[in-house]
Design a protein around this ligand. Structure first.
Ligand code: M6R
Length: 615
C-alpha cells in the first residue's frame, strides 16, 4: 500500500517524480525516497516522514540532475517507518535500485539463503531481499536485468508492483506487477510508471495497465515490451485513453481534498446518473447490468462484499434491494468472507463495492466467489482498477478521483449506483408499481439539488464542531436506512479526528450503549421523517432523561425533535429510502470541522492509506 513513480525520457526526471509522489501520497505517507540517475552516478535520498520532508532533505544534500528517476511513498508493512527502511533500496553491489509496493511473504527464507551466500542487509524490509535476489540471479545465471527479474519473481510468494533499474543499463527500467497496481504512461520518447495515472496525466493520456503476473522492460528509445512472468510469452499491449484531467486531482481552492470532495457530491451524483437515469422518460439504463439482468432476477440472493465505507454503502443497499426488488441480500466484510468457508453457489450474485478497486480483501473475496461459480458484479470508482477487471461485469460510480483518505463522494455515489440497480431490478421483476417507480425516478433526479441544500448548513455545523471538538467520545444513532449512515458518521469522525465514536442502530442503544450516556456524551441522532420517526423520538427522550447531549439531523421544518434536541441540523425532505444520500452530508461536515479544529491531517490521517492493498 505504497505509491510508486518512475520516469525515463528526455526531461529532468526529479521534478516529475517528486510531483508524482505528492499526488500518490494518499497511498501511504510514513516515509519517502527518490533515486535519480544521470547515466554516471545514482543519487539516492530517502527519509522517514512525508514527501515535503524528502523534498527538504534533497534540497539540502542531493544533486537532482538526471533523466531517469524512481520514487516511493511508503506505508510500512515490514520494518518500522525510518530512513533505512524507506525505499528505494540498493542491492549489495550498489548496481541495482528498486522500489516496491506489496509484500513478499517468503522473504525470510530467501533472506536466510542469501545471507548464507554472503549477502548482507541494512534494512528490515522484504524489498531489500528482493533486489538482492535479483542481483544474485544476474550473477549466477549471467542474465540481464529483465530476465533476472523474471526468474526472481518466479521464486517469490506475495504481492508486488516493482520498478527496478541497473546502473549498467541507463536506458532501461524494468517493472512488474502481481496484486498491486501499476500503470505505464506512454509519451513521445518518454515513459512514466506509477501506481495510478495521476503522476503523469499532464504529460500523456495514453496508458497501459499491467495485468497481474506481467512485467515490462521499458527502453528509453525503443519502447515497452510486456511479457508474462510465468511463461515468458509476449503480451500485446492494450493502450487505454485516459479520461482524467489535471483539475480533477487538484484542490480547487479548498483547504483540503476532503472538503473539495464533500462539495463535489452534487456534481458527482449527477455524473453517476449521466446516461443512466432518464427521469423524464421513466428509464434507468445501467450499462454493465443490462446484459446480466436475468442473473440478478433469478438469483437466490445477493451477497455484497466490501470494506470500511464501501461496506456501509453495501448495508444501505441491503435495505433498498430488499425493499424494492425483494431479493434477499447479505452484506459481508470482505475480510471475513474470504477467510471463512462461505456457502456460495452459481445461483448467487456477489456485488463487490470498492472505491479504489484495489482493496486486497475485496479482491480476494471476489476470487473466492468466482471460484464457487457465483456471478460477480463490481461497483468501483477507479476506472481500469484491478477489481473492475476481475469482476464479470460492473458499474463505475464516476465520482472522479477521490484523494482524501476519508471516503465521502465515493460513499454517496456508490449508494446512487446501487439505488439505480435496485430500481431497475424492481421494475423488471414487477415488485414496484409503475407509479412508485416513476416517483422514485423523479425523487432521485432531485438528489443533487438536495445535497446542495444540505451543504448550506456548513457554517452552522462548523459552530457545532467548535462546541464538541474536545469531546472524548461520540455516539451516532440511526434506524433503518439511516443505521448505516450512523456507522459511516462514526467512522468519519474516528478516522480523521481520532475521537472515539460508535455507530449503533438507535433501538440497540438500550441493550448496552445507553450505559455510556452522561452529560459529557454527544449523541448524533439521525431523526429525519421516516417510518421510524416516532421510535427515534422515543430514543431521543431516553437519551435526554440520562442527560446526554443531542445533536439531531432532522427534516426541514421539524418541530418535535427541535424541541428536544440541543442542536439540530436540517436536511431537505426526502423519501426515506433515499435519505442516506442527504443525511450523510452533515455528518461528513461535522467530522471535517472537528478534525480541522483539532489540527489533524484531514487528508492523510495517521496510520491510514487510501487504498489498502495489504491483507
Ligand atoms: O477503496 P475501497 O472502497 O475498497 O476502500 C475500502 C476502505 O478501505 C475505505 O472505504 C475506508 O474505510 C475509507 N477510507 C473510510 O473513509
Amino acid at each position: 500500500m505504497c505509491g510508486i513513480v518512475g520516469y525515463i525520457g528526455h526531461r529532468e526526471a526529479y521534478p516529475i517524480v517528486l510531483k508524482g509522489l505528492k499526488r500518490l501520497e494518499y497511498r501511504g505517507y510514513d516515509s519517502a525516497g527518490i533515486a535519480i540517475y544521470d547515466g554516471k552516478e545514482i543519487q539516492l535520498c530517502k527519509t522517514k516522514g512525508k514527501v515535503v520532508d524528502l523534498e527538504q532533505k534533497i534540497k539540502e544534500e542531493t544533486p537532482t540532475s538526471g533523466t531517469l528517476a524512481i520514487g516511493h511513498t511508503r506505508w510500512a508493512t515490514h520494518g518500522i517507518p525510518n530512513d533505512i527502511n524507506s525505499h528505494p533500496h540498493y542491492s549489495n553491489s550498489g548496481n541495482l535500485v528498486i522500489i516496491h509496493n506489496g509484500i513478499i511473504e517468503n522473504y525470510d527464507s530467501i533472506k536466510k539463503e542469501l545471507i548464507k551466500r554472503g549477502y548482507h542487509f541494512h534494512s528490515d524490509t522484504d524489498t531489500e531481499v528482493l533486489v538482492n535476489l535479483i542481483e544474485d540471479v544476474i550473477k549466477k545465471e549471467k542474465v540481464k536485468l529483465g530476465k533476472a527479474v523474471q526468474i526472481a519473481l518466479n521464486q517469490v510468494v506475495g504481492a508486488y508492483a516493482i520498478v527496478v533499474f541497473d546502473k549498467a543499463k541507463p536506458n532501461e527500467l524494468v517493472v512488474a506487477k502481481l496484486g498491486s497496481p501499476l500503470a505505464i504512461g506512454l509519451g513521445e520518447n518518454e515513459f512514466f510508471v506509477a501506481s495510478d495515472a495521476s503522476p503523469f496525466i499532464e504529460y500523456t493520456n495514453n496508458a497501459i495497465y499491467l495485468e497481474d503476473e506481467e512485467m515490462a522492460v521499458i527502453r528509453r528509445h525503443k519502447g515497452v515490451k510486456i511479457r508474462k512472468i510465468k511463461d515468458d510469452s509476449l503480451v500485446e499491449p492494450y493502450i487505454q485513453e485516459l479520461q482524467l484531467n489535471l483539475e480533477q486531482i487538484e484542490k480547487g481552492g479548498f483547504d483540503h481534498f476532503m472538503m473539495k470532495e464533500i462539495y463535489e457530491q452534487p456534481s458527482a451524483i449527477k455524473d453517476t446518473f449521466r446516461g443512466r437515469l432518464l427521469a423524464d422518460q421513466g428509464i434507468i439504463k445501467v450499462g454493465g447490468l443490462e446484459d446480466h439482468i436475468q442473473k440478478f432476477v433469478n438469483a437466490n440472493r445477493i451477497v455484497i462484499v466490501g470494506c470500511g465505507t464501501s461496506w456501509h454503502a453495501g448495508l444501505v443497499a441491503e435495505y433498498i434491494f430488499e425493499d424494492l426488488a425483494r431479493i434477499p441480500v447479505e452484506v459481508e466484510y470482505a475480510s471475513e468472507f474470504r477467510y471463512r468457508n462461505p456457502i456460495i453457489t452459481e445461483k448467487d450474485v456477489v456485488i463487490a463495492i470498492s472505491q479504489s478497486g484495489e482493496t486486497a480483501d475485496t479482491l480476494a473475496a471476489i476470487k473466492l466467489a468466482k471460484s464457487k461459480g457465483a456471478f460477480v458484479y463490481g461497483v468501483c470508482n477507479v476506472v481500469g482498477s484491478t477489481i473492475s477487471r476481475e469482476t464479470h461485469s460492473g458499474t463505475y460510480t464516476h465520482a472522479g478521483p477521490e484523494i482524501g483518505v476519508a471516503s465521502t463522494k465515493a460513499f454517496t455515489t456508490q449508494i446512487t449506483v446501487l439505488t439505480l440497480i435496485a430500481l431497475k431490478l424492481a421494475s423488471v421483476k414487477g415488485t414496484i408499481s409503475f407509479r412508485d417507480y416513476n416517483i422514485y425516478l423523479r425523487e432521485l433526479d432531485l438528489i443533487p439539488k438536495r445535497v446542495e441544500i444540505a451543504l448550506k448548513s456548513n457554517d452552522h455545523i462548523k459552530s457545532i464542531a467548535k462546541i464538541f471538538k474536545d469531546a472524548k467520545n461520540f455516539l451516532y444513532l440511526g434506524r433503518g436506512y439511516n443505521f448505516p449512515v450512523a456507522l459511516e458518521g462514526a467512522l468519519k469522525l474516528k478516522e480523521i479526528s481520532y475521537i472515539h465514536a460508535e455507530g449503533y442502530p438507535a433501538a440497540e442503544m438500550k441493550h448496552g450503549p445507553i450505559a455510556l450516556i452522561d452529560e459529557e456524551m454527544p449523541v448524533v441522532v439521525i431523526a429525519v421523517n421516516s417510518n421510524h420517526y416516532d421510535k427515534v423520538v422515543s430514543n431521543i427522550q431516553e437519551i435526554k432523561s440520562r442527560k446526554g447531549i443531542i445533536i439531531a439531523v432532522v427534516t426541514k421544518g421539524d418541530t418535535t425533535v427541535r424541541n428536544m434536541a440541543d442542536y439540530v441540523i436540517e436536511v431537505p425532505e426526502t423519501p426515506e429510502s433515499l435519505t442516506p444520500l442527504v443525511t450523510t452530508i452533515p455528518l461528513q461536515l461535522l467530522s471535517y470541522h472537528i478534525a480541522v479544529l483539532l489540527d489533524r491531517n484531514v487528508d492523510q490521517p495517521r496510520n491510514l492509506a487510501k487504498s489498502v492493498t495489504v491483507e
